[in-house]
Design a binder for this molecule. Sequence first.
Ligand code: GLU
Length: 167
Amino acid sequence: MCGIFGYANYNVEKTRGQIIENLVEGLSKLEYRGYDSTGIGIDGEHEFGHSAVKAIQLYKQVGKVASLKDEIKSRNPDTAEVLPNHVGIAHTRWATHGGVSQANCHPQPSGDANEFIVVHNGIITNYRELKTLLKTKGYTFSSDTDTEIIAKLFKFLWFDGQVCLLP
Ligand code: GLU
């Protein structure tokens, strides 16, 4: 069991600080569903000249939501930055695969560039087979969770497989 919370807006200006506050507040209400570790991921759009650039930020910590708050504070995010379009996901974990560690906290990323990030409730029963397959395709893993498979499988299907939803 775990707690999953999401917060998204299109064309509604919120500061990074407000988004973080909403996600953390949502997690505190779900703390009873998973209490060994927590994490949030924020996908905000920034204007750079004429183009919008996506940059996903992850904040994770073992322990209660209070520890996550400390972790966020220590990373000193730009809380004043205004993000008109944003998606945030949040998770309180109850570990089933992989011990309680920062690397095993959700969201789990598809790679260093965070192309996809995943929060997950439950167990992926065939994760070993999928992990073996992805390793043969050159993927490396930074956690012991079953969840990381989903993020890496998305990346494999999106960039290296047959799935292409872009025009
Ligand atoms: N199986 C996943 C993990 O151990 C999710 C556990 C949960 O539902 O919190 O990371």
